[in-house]
Write a protein that binds this ligand. Structure first.
Ligand SMILES: [Zn+2]
Ligand SMILES: [Zn+2]
Length: 140
Protein backbone atom coordinates (compact mmCIF):
# COMPACT_ATOMS: atom_id res chain seq x y z
CA UNK A 1 0.00 0.00 0.00
CA UNK A 2 1.31 3.43 -0.88
CA UNK A 3 0.97 5.91 1.94
CA UNK A 4 0.97 9.63 1.29
CA UNK A 5 2.43 12.07 3.80
CA UNK A 6 2.74 15.83 3.83
CA UNK A 7 6.23 17.16 4.42
CA UNK A 8 4.68 19.63 6.86
CA UNK A 9 2.90 16.93 8.87
CA UNK A 10 4.27 14.94 11.78
CA UNK A 11 6.72 12.10 11.12
CA UNK A 12 5.30 8.59 11.66
CA UNK A 13 6.91 5.40 12.88
CA UNK A 14 6.20 3.02 9.98
CA UNK A 15 8.06 0.02 11.41
CA UNK A 16 10.06 -0.35 14.61
CA UNK A 17 13.24 1.18 13.16
CA UNK A 18 11.89 3.30 10.31
CA UNK A 19 10.19 6.67 10.36
CA UNK A 20 8.31 8.21 7.46
CA UNK A 21 10.66 11.18 7.32
CA UNK A 22 13.63 9.00 6.40
CA UNK A 23 12.00 8.36 3.01
CA UNK A 24 11.14 11.96 2.12
CA UNK A 25 12.44 13.43 -1.13
CA UNK A 26 15.81 15.04 -0.63
CA UNK A 27 14.91 18.09 -2.76
CA UNK A 28 13.55 19.48 0.49
CA UNK A 29 10.64 21.33 -1.12
CA UNK A 30 7.94 19.07 -2.57
CA UNK A 31 4.96 18.68 -0.25
CA UNK A 32 3.41 15.24 -0.95
CA UNK A 33 5.60 12.26 -0.05
CA UNK A 34 4.86 8.67 -1.10
CA UNK A 35 6.08 5.62 0.82
CA UNK A 36 5.23 1.99 0.06
CA UNK A 37 4.44 0.16 3.32
CA UNK A 38 5.77 -3.09 1.79
CA UNK A 39 9.12 -1.41 1.11
CA UNK A 40 9.42 -0.39 4.77
CA UNK A 41 8.29 -3.81 6.02
CA UNK A 42 10.89 -5.57 3.87
CA UNK A 43 13.57 -3.12 5.04
CA UNK A 44 12.65 -3.89 8.65
CA UNK A 45 13.06 -7.61 7.94
CA UNK A 46 16.50 -6.93 6.46
CA UNK A 47 17.37 -4.73 9.43
CA UNK A 48 16.36 -7.51 11.85
CA UNK A 49 18.59 -9.95 9.98
CA UNK A 50 21.58 -7.56 9.98
CA UNK A 51 21.00 -6.35 13.55
CA UNK A 52 22.45 -3.07 12.36
CA UNK A 53 20.89 0.21 11.33
CA UNK A 54 20.18 0.89 7.67
CA UNK A 55 20.79 4.33 6.23
CA UNK A 56 18.24 5.49 3.66
CA UNK A 57 20.33 7.47 1.17
CA UNK A 58 17.37 8.11 -1.12
CA UNK A 59 13.70 7.17 -0.79
CA UNK A 60 10.84 8.95 -2.51
CA UNK A 61 11.75 11.32 -5.36
CA UNK A 62 9.42 13.91 -6.88
CA UNK A 63 9.40 14.36 -10.67
CA UNK A 64 11.39 17.55 -10.43
CA UNK A 65 14.14 16.07 -8.25
CA UNK A 66 14.33 13.02 -10.51
CA UNK A 67 14.71 15.28 -13.56
CA UNK A 68 17.50 17.13 -11.77
CA UNK A 69 19.35 13.88 -11.07
CA UNK A 70 19.05 12.85 -14.73
CA UNK A 71 20.28 16.31 -15.82
CA UNK A 72 23.30 15.89 -13.52
CA UNK A 73 24.10 12.62 -15.26
CA UNK A 74 23.34 10.54 -12.17
CA UNK A 75 21.86 7.07 -12.33
CA UNK A 76 18.17 7.94 -12.32
CA UNK A 77 15.55 6.54 -14.64
CA UNK A 78 12.60 8.42 -16.10
CA UNK A 79 10.39 5.62 -14.82
CA UNK A 80 12.23 5.26 -11.53
CA UNK A 81 10.52 3.26 -8.80
CA UNK A 82 11.56 6.10 -6.48
CA UNK A 83 8.87 8.27 -8.13
CA UNK A 84 6.20 5.99 -6.72
CA UNK A 85 7.74 5.64 -3.27
CA UNK A 86 8.55 1.98 -3.97
CA UNK A 87 12.35 2.19 -3.87
CA UNK A 88 15.19 3.04 -1.53
CA UNK A 89 18.93 3.37 -1.96
CA UNK A 90 20.50 2.08 1.23
CA UNK A 91 23.86 1.59 2.91
CA UNK A 92 24.97 -0.21 6.06
CA UNK A 93 28.23 0.49 7.88
CA UNK A 94 30.78 -2.25 7.22
CA UNK A 95 29.04 -3.67 4.14
CA UNK A 96 30.05 -3.32 0.51
CA UNK A 97 27.26 -3.26 -2.07
CA UNK A 98 27.84 -6.90 -3.09
CA UNK A 99 27.86 -8.00 0.59
CA UNK A 100 24.64 -6.12 1.20
CA UNK A 101 23.11 -7.69 -1.90
CA UNK A 102 23.79 -11.16 -0.45
CA UNK A 103 21.74 -10.28 2.64
CA UNK A 104 19.02 -8.30 0.85
CA UNK A 105 18.17 -10.87 -1.85
CA UNK A 106 16.28 -12.86 0.76
CA UNK A 107 13.84 -9.98 1.20
CA UNK A 108 13.87 -8.13 -2.15
CA UNK A 109 13.59 -9.39 -5.73
CA UNK A 110 14.63 -6.20 -7.55
CA UNK A 111 18.09 -5.02 -6.52
CA UNK A 112 20.64 -2.67 -8.08
CA UNK A 113 24.16 -3.17 -6.72
CA UNK A 114 26.53 -0.22 -6.22
CA UNK A 115 29.98 -0.23 -4.65
CA UNK A 116 29.01 0.83 -1.11
CA UNK A 117 25.23 0.75 -1.40
CA UNK A 118 22.31 -0.97 -3.07
CA UNK A 119 18.97 0.05 -4.58
CA UNK A 120 16.01 -2.08 -3.51
CA UNK A 121 12.40 -1.84 -4.68
CA UNK A 122 9.17 -3.77 -4.33
CA UNK A 123 8.76 -5.07 -7.89
CA UNK A 124 7.77 -8.74 -7.68
CA UNK A 125 10.08 -10.05 -10.41
CA UNK A 126 13.72 -11.01 -9.87
CA UNK A 127 15.86 -8.22 -11.34
CA UNK A 128 19.50 -7.42 -10.75
CA UNK A 129 21.62 -4.66 -12.22
CA UNK A 130 24.81 -2.80 -11.36
CA UNK A 131 26.15 0.69 -10.72
CA UNK A 132 29.62 2.15 -10.25
CA UNK A 133 31.18 -0.10 -12.90
CA UNK A 134 30.42 -3.30 -10.98
CA UNK A 135 29.48 -6.52 -12.81
CA UNK A 136 28.08 -9.91 -11.83
CA UNK A 137 31.71 -10.99 -11.26
CA UNK A 138 31.86 -8.66 -8.23
CA UNK A 139 29.15 -10.57 -6.39
CA UNK A 140 30.53 -12.53 -3.46
ZN1 LIG B 1 11.09 16.60 -4.16
ZN1 LIG C 1 17.52 3.78 -6.43
Amino acid sequence: MIRRFSRKGPTFQMERDFWSKEFYCSCGFCMDQLVDTDLVLQLQMLRDELKQSIRIKSGYRCERHNEQLIAQGLKASKKSQHLQGKAADISVVGYSGPQLYEKAKKFFKAIGVGSGWIHVDTRPERLIWFYDGLTADDLV
